[in-house]
Design a protein around this ligand. Structure first.
Ligand code: PLP
Length: 458
C-alpha cells in the first residue's frame, strides 16, 4: 500500500478524521490541516509538496546521525529476519540488548553498571521512579520516597512522567498526580537572576532551593532529586556551571539519590557522551532515549549506578516491573549501529571542539543583535533564542508565546524547521551539522526574525 496514491488534501482529511496527535488543539488542527512530512535525507526533511526544510530540531531531539542512513535500516532488516522479537522476561535474553548494555556501560559516566530498557523516555522515567523507591524500600527505608523535581521540567507524558515534570498545563489535565513529588525553582538566569547577581551565585541559589526542599520534607523522607542537565522542552534552559556540582554535593550530604534525565542531552549533544560528563557529576540513574537510536526505532535505556544495582542484586527479591518490549532486539540492533556511527564519525568530539563552539559564535554574532532577540544561549548543539518586544527591559509581546509562533511560521516558510516554546525559539539540530549548515541556518533564522518583526511591529 502506497501513500503516493493519495493527494495531500486526502491525507489531511483522513488525518483530521481519524488521527489524534500529541500536544495538539484538535479543533485548530482540523481547521488548518497537518503538514505532512514524506521523506528526509541528511539534515533535510521534505513535505508532501516537495518543500525542503533544514531540520533544526533533529526530528524531536532524536536524529543525531541525520536521515537516510542505510546502515541503520540494514541493521533493523537483518535483525528482523533473524529474530524480530523475543522478550527478556523469564530468565531469557537476546544478543543485541546484551551487547548494547555492555556498550552503554562503556561510554557512560563512571559508576554506571546496569541498563533497563523501555520504548520511550516516559517509560524509562516511570522505571526510574519505581526503581529508586524500590531501592529505599530494600534498604529498609520505605518512607524515604519523596522525589524533588523542578518547575517547568519535562520528564515525559505518562502519568508518572507528567507528575515528575513541572509543566502547569499538563498538571491541570492530570486529575491527580503520583504522590510525593515536589517542584523547586529552575536554574533559569535570564528571568530569575536578581539584578547584579552573578551567574555563579545564581547557580548556587538555584541549587539551594533543592536543599531547602530536602530540609522541608525531612532528609529521611527524600528519595531522590531528578533534573534534565539542560532543560529541553522547557526552553533550552542552561544552568550556570556552578549549579550541578552544588546539587550533587547537597544530594550526597543528605543521602538523596541523584537522577539525571538525559533523554535529550545523551549521546553527544553536549559534546560529551552524556551531559553528566559535561557538568562533572556522577548520577545514580540516567534516563536516555531519543538519540540512542537517532529515532530510527523507539527505544529507551535507563542507566543504573552501582549503588542501586548492588542493592538489587544483594537483597534479591523480584523487581516487579518491566515492559513487553524491554530490550527489543530490533531496536537494540539499531542502537548499536547508531552508536557505532556516532563513535566512528567522531561526532561527540566534533560537537565539543568544532560545531558546538561555532554554533555559539554564530548565534552570538549573527542573531543576538537582532531587535527581537533578548538573549541567545547554547551548549553543544542545543540552542535558544529569547523573543522580546524590548531588548533592554526584557518585555515580551502579549499574549505570552504569540510572538515566537510568528517567528516559527516565517522560519518554516523560509526552509528552517525550528520550534517555539513559550517565548523561546529552540534548536537541537542533528550532530552531523557542519559549519556550512550552521551558516545556512543562521541566514534563514535571521530572515525569519526580520519578517516576524515587520509583522509584530505593524
Ligand atoms: C522527550 C523527553 C521525555 C519523554 O520521552 P518520550 O519518548 O516522549 O516518552 C522525557 N524526558 C525528557 C527530558 C524529554 O525531552
Amino acid at each position: 500500500m502506497s501513500y503516493q496514491n493519495y493527494s495531500l488534501k486526502q491525507l489531511q482529511q483522513i488525518d483530521a478524521s481519524h488521527h489524534l496527535h500529541p500536544f495538539t488543539d484538535h479543533k485548530e488542527l482540523r481547521e488548518a490541516g497537518s503538514r505532512i512530512i514524506t521523506r528526509a535525507d541528511g539534515p533535510y526533511i521534505y513535505d508532501s509538496e516537495g518543500n525542503e526544510l533544514l531540520d533544526g530540531m533533529a526530528g524531536l531531539w532524536c536524529v543525531a546521525v541525520g536521515y537516510g542512513r542505510d546502515e541503520l535500516a540494514d541493521a533493523a532488516y537483518k535483525q528482523m529476519k533473524e529474530l524480530p522479537y523475543y522478550n527478556s522476561f523469564f530468565k531469557c535474553s537476546t544478543p543485541t540488548p546484551v551487547l548494547l548494555s555492555q556498550k552503554l556501560v562503556e561510554i557512560a559516566p563512571e559508576g554506571i553498571s546496569q541498563v533497563f530498557y523501555g520504548s520511550s523516555g516516559s517509560e524509562a522515567n516511570d522505571t526510574a521512579v519505581r526503581l529508586v523507591r524500590h531501592y529505599w524500600a530494600l534498604e529498609g527505608k520505605p518512607e524515604k520516597n519523596c522525589i524533588i523535581s523542578r518547575k517547568n521540567a519535562y520528564h515525559g507524558s505518562t502519568v508518572a512522567g507528567t507528575s515528575l515534570g513541572g509543566m502547569e498545563a499538563m498538571h491541570k489535565q492530570l486529575g491527580g498526580a503520583v504522590p510525593n513529588i515536589v517542584h523547586v525553582m529552575m536554574p533559569y538566569a535570564y528571568e530569575l537572576a536578581l539584578p547584579g547577581e552573578s551567574d555563579h551565585d545564581f547557580g548556587l541559589r538555584a541549587a539551594k532551593a533543592v536543599e531547602d526542599a530536602i530540609l522541608e520534607a525531612g532528609a529521611d523522607k527524600v528519595a531522590a532529586f531528578i533534573g534534565e542537565p539542560i532543560m529541553g522542552a522547557g526552553g533550552v534552559k542552561i544552568p550556570p556551571m556552578s549549579y550541578w556540582p552544588e546539587v550533587e554535593r547537597i544530594c550526597r550530604k543528605y543521602d538523596v539519590l541523584l537522577m539525571l534525565d538525559e533523554v535529550i542531552t545523551g549521546y553527544g549533544r553536549t559534546g560529551e557522551w552524556f551531559a553528566a560528563q559535561s557538568f562533572g557529576v556522577r548520577p545514580d540513574t540516567i534516563t536516555t532515549a531519543k538519540a540512542l537510536t537517532s529515532g530510527y526505532q523507539p527505544l529507551s535505556a535507563l542507566l543504573v549506578g552501582d549503588r542501586i544495582a548492588s542493592t538489587l542484586v544483594e537483597k534479591g527479591g523480584e523487581f516487579a516491573h518491566g515492559y513487553t518490549y524491554s530490550g527489543h532486539p530490533v531496536a537494540c540492533a539499531v542502537a548499536l549501529a547508531n552508536i557505532d556511527i556516532i563513535a566512528r564519525e567522531g561526532l561527540v568530539e566534533r560537537v565539543k571542539n568544532d560545531t558546538g563552539p561555532y554554533f555559539a559564535q554564530a548565534l552570538g554574532e549573527r542573531i543576538a543583535d537582532h531587535p527581537l532577540v533578548g538573549e541567545v544561549r547554547s551548549f553543544g548543539l542545543m540552542g535558544a533564542i529569547e523573543i522580546v518586544k524590548d531588548k533592554a527591559t526584557k518585555e515580551r509581546f502579549s499574549p505570552s508565546g504569540s510572538a515566537a509562533v510568528v517567528v516559527r511560521d516565517h522560519a518554516i516558510d523560509n526552509g528552517m524547521m525550528m520550534r517555539a516554546t513559550g517565548d523561546t525559539m529552540i534548536l537541537s539540530p542533528p550532530l552531523i551539522w557542519t559549519r556550512d549548515t550552521i551558516d545556512m541556518a543562521c541566514r534563514r533564522i535571521r530572515k525569519a526574525l526580520d519578517l516576524a518583526e515587520a509583522d509584530l511591529r505593524r
